[in-house]
Design a protein around this ligand. Sequence first.
Ligand code: ARG
Length: 479
Amino acid sequence: MSPLHKDTELNQKAWGGVFKEVLDQRMETFSESISFDRRLADDDIDASIAHASMLEHCGLLEPNESDHIRRAMEEIRTEIHEGRFEFTTAREDIHLHIEAALVARLGDLGRRIHTARSRNDQVATDLRLYCRRAIDRIDGLLLNLQRSFVDMAQRELGLIIPGYTHLRRAQPVLASHQILNWCEKFDRDRSRLRDCRTRTNVLPLGSGALAGSSLPIDRDVVAKLLGFEKVAANSLDAASDRDFVCELAFVLSLIGVHLSQWAEEWILWSTQEYGYVLLPESFCTGSSIMPQKINPDALELIRGKSARVLGNLQSLLVLLKGLPTAYNRDLQEDKERIFDSIDTVEASLSIAAPLIDGTRWNSPQIALSIEQGYLDATSLMEAFIAHGVPQRTAHETVGRLVRLAMTKGVTLADLADNECRAEYPDWKGDFRSSLGSKAAVERMQSFGSTAPAAVADQIEAWSRRLSDNDRPSTEPRSN
Ligand code: ARG
């Protein structure tokens, strides 16, 4: 220890010098973040090792000193991973814990690690590294989810189900088309994640507390070692910017919304009333009082858990809205919110994929409902239009035919030619080729429609895309 350093209770904190009073125990409990920011340990160690290499590169550490620091940091990492590291609220956060452990090992050399660094730029850096890793993991989980949907679409190709708008029977669609609609939504989520990753991948370290450093540091070296694409250009902004946290919270919210919509649909479709899908029992639970119940709890929890993800986004936005420029301690409140969103979405995605793999479509039940509800009315209307009838007239005429069929309690196909002619004098037997759900689906020809050939093309395109290794490259580590 240097003769200047006096190890008293006061300076066990990182700010001992100017204080005459020790921290009130109640304030210690109130202000600690170690109980949750210990998750940043790996990122804090990675960033510190890179920082030390840069300090040596710039002549602020002696040759080989960064090597000693790196080795000590790796020992600390192992201790933490093996559960041997002692955490205490006496050191408020993970940054102070790791620095103290380094000093305990290396003495004065450890006391140099915080050169040209503040906890403000340190925590911003750690959190960016943490979010970047989470983004890559979640992207991988979304990829798995998409693969499960595409496999299902492939298995069920040919199966026709009622399509709904306003939760009313609308037009027939291929089950595969409905399944691939989820693939599209989750693909946009993946693209939003990539976008968010770009703005997350900017280095704040070297911004100091708010103003930068008068020491000759080289931030590009740190950025390169940690795989950051850019160095933040304004120290005031860099130490306090949490836009990337909000963006990630938003992308996770939208993933939560998509998961919740899908879960809601399958909860409905697995009821006795619909009976379209059969959920795997291994993802359902029973009732403690009603012996017959098999409940869709996995889907209900996926739907329910999205609520906290949406709440976290709201909390983060409110947290930031009143903050003046640069670091304020309020920012410590960002972590539990974003950690919770990440955990929740990862958990939901991890359950969703195997649940999809185990779900089967109940074709006999679907066959019973597919010719009910006049799902072919639009198909007949378009056959009229193709025959030269103005759309409004065709719509009205088919409407009258539907009304007639409803009154008689039959399908459109059951109406006799003379009944149809009474409503539409130009009626031809040929129009019958547009009737029935199968015909309605097969006659589709627009790009993006539910036509069997178009859907088969989509399945093939998805399989090709998803089998390519399109996951973001993993970042280089500093050690
Ligand atoms: N635990 C703090 C946080 O999470 C670290 C930064 C503290 N900086 C400060 N000047 N008190 O934000």
